[in-house]
Design a protein around this ligand. Sequence first.
Ligand code: DQA
Length: 145
Amino acid sequence: MPTVLVLNGPNLGRLGSREPDVYGAADLAALRRLLEAVAPEGWNVDLRQTDDEGELIGWLHEAADSGSPVILNPAAFTHYSYGLRDAAALVTKPGGTLIEVHISNPHARETFRHTSVISGVATGVIAGFGFDSYRLALLQVLASA
Ligand code: DQA
């Protein structure tokens, strides 16, 4: 069964209670339900979250090996993790798909959020549309599958 990995970095496990004015009031379980409703029959949405950089890098290695498309919200790692960037490149350089997503629009926020070390190796970037950033990324993954 084709699988899309939906990978979430640090503090996104706190969605629902974390800064609801920025990230909304819905949690990751609601995001999973939303994406499962969009995915057609026969597609598996594998949504994961970790606060651990090494674990997230390991999941990208898994995607590089399996060829599964990735929707990645790197959260704060976006702004400084060269290790995550290099792992993302392992997915995209051979032709795999990795879409960077953000719930908020980092460019409309603090200056340190204006830099993404991931975007340069991502297939594309969608930011600022709440959970719809993920939904739009999934539609693109499906359209290009
Ligand atoms: C975020 C934006 C990041 O700057 C922040 O560190 C996050 C969430 C977003 O989805 O808007 O944790 O990636």
